[in-house]
Write a protein that binds this ligand. Structure first.
Ligand code: IPE
Ligand code: IPE
Ligand code: MG
Length: 249
C-alpha cells in the first residue's frame, strides 16, 4: 500500500473543516527558551503563519482565522507592541502580492480605531485587492476582543431601537450575529490553541458556541502543516452533536 503518512490527499474533501481558527500562542516562551528577546519569537511566528496559510490552502480549508493581537495585548510593554506593529506592517507589505497570487482573500476583524493610520490603510488596500479571491479566506483577528465585539453589536441594535428603526422584539440571534465583525463568516468548526494553554482568552466567544477545541503543546513558532493535520485528525475523531442525539451509525 502506498504510504499516505505525508500525503494530505487522503483526507476526503468533505471531512476538511470549513473554518479553522488558531490562537497562535507561545512566541515569547519559544524565544525565552533560546535566550532571545521576545521579538525574535514573534518574527519566527510570522514564518509559522506563512506555513499555516499555505497548508490550509493545500488542505482545502475554506476559512482560516488567526488570532494575531488581542484587545488585551495593548497592555504589553510599549516596545513589544511597537515591534509587533512593525512586524504587521512588514507582513502586510511583503505578503499581500503572494497571498493574492494564491487566491487568498484577506479579512481583518477587530477594533481598527486603535491601529495607526498607515496600518489601517494597508489593511484596506489588501482587503480591496483580494476581495474577489476564493481559494481561502484568511481572517486576521487584530486588536480583537470578543466581548468588545458583542458589546458594540448590542450598542448598534440599541441605537436602531432608539432611532425608531427597530422593534426590540425583533432582536434575536440573527440580528446580533449580523452586527459582529464575522457577520458573513461561518462559525469555526475547529479552534486550535498552541503552547499548552487551555483557555479562550476573549476569542470568538459567540462564534465558538459549538466549535471543537484542540490544544497542542507546540509553541507557535514551531507550528507547521503536520500540526495542523494532527489537529484536523483529532477533530475527525470528535462527534459533534449540536445538542441533539448522536446519529446511529
Ligand atoms: C503569542 O505569543 C503572540 C501574541 C499574543 C501577540 P505570546 O507573545 O503570547 O507568547 P508567550 O505566551 O508569552 O509565550
Ligand atoms: C492570546 O494569547 C492572544 C493571541 C494569541 C493574539 P495571549 O498570550 O495574549 O493570552 P493569555 O494572556 O495567555 O490569556
Ligand atoms: Mg501568550
Amino acid at each position: 500500500m502506498p504510504d499516505a503518512s505525508n500525503d494530505s490527499s487522503h483526507h476526503p474533501a468533505t471531512h476538511v473543516p470549513t473554518h479553522v481558527a488558531v490562537i497562535m500562542d507561545g512566541n515569547g516562551r519559544w524565544a525565552k527558551a533560546r535566550g532571545l528577546p521576545r521579538t525574535a519569537g514573534h518574527k519566527k511566528g510570522v514564518d509559522a503563519v506563512r506555513r499555516t496559510v499555505e497548508a490550509a490552502r493545500e488542505l482545502g480549508i475554506g476559512y482560516l482565522t488567526i488570532f494575531s493581537f488581542s484587545s488585551e495585548n495593548w497592555r504589553r510593554p510599549e516596545e513589544e507592541v511597537s515591534d509587533l506593529m512593525q512586524l504587521l506592517r512588514f507582513y502586510l507589505r511583503s505578503e499581500i502580492a503572494e497571498l493574492h497570487r494564491g487566491g487568498v482573500r484577506l479579512r481583518v476583524i477587530g477594533d481598527r480605531t486603535r491601529l495607526s493610520k498607515d496600518i489601517v490603510q494597508l489593511i484596506e488596500k489588501a482587503e480591496a485587492l483580494t476581495d474577489g479571491n476564493r481559494a481561502l479566506t484568511l481572517v486576521v483577528a487584530l486588536s480583537y476582543g470578543s466581548r468588545q465585539e458583542i458589546a458594540q453589536a448590542a450598542r448598534r441594535l440599541a441605537e436602531e431601537v432608539w432611532k425608531g428603526q427597530r422593534d426590540p422584539a425583533s432582536i434575536d440571534e440573527d440580528a446580533l450575529e449580523a452586527r459582529l465583525f464575522t457577520a458573513d463568516i461561518p462559525d469555526p468548526d475547529l479552534i486550535v490553541r498552541t503552547s499548552g494553554e487551555k483557555r479562550i482568552s476573549n476569542f470568538l466567544l459567540w462564534q465558538a458556541a459549538y466549535s471543537e477545541f484542540v490544544f497542542l503543546d507546540t509553541l507557535w513558532p514551531d507550528f507547521g502543516k503536520r500540526d495542523l493535520e494532527a489537529a484536523i485528525e483529532e477533530f475527525h475523531r470528535r462527534e459533534r452533536r449540536f445538542g441533539a442525539i448522536a446519529e446511529s451509525r
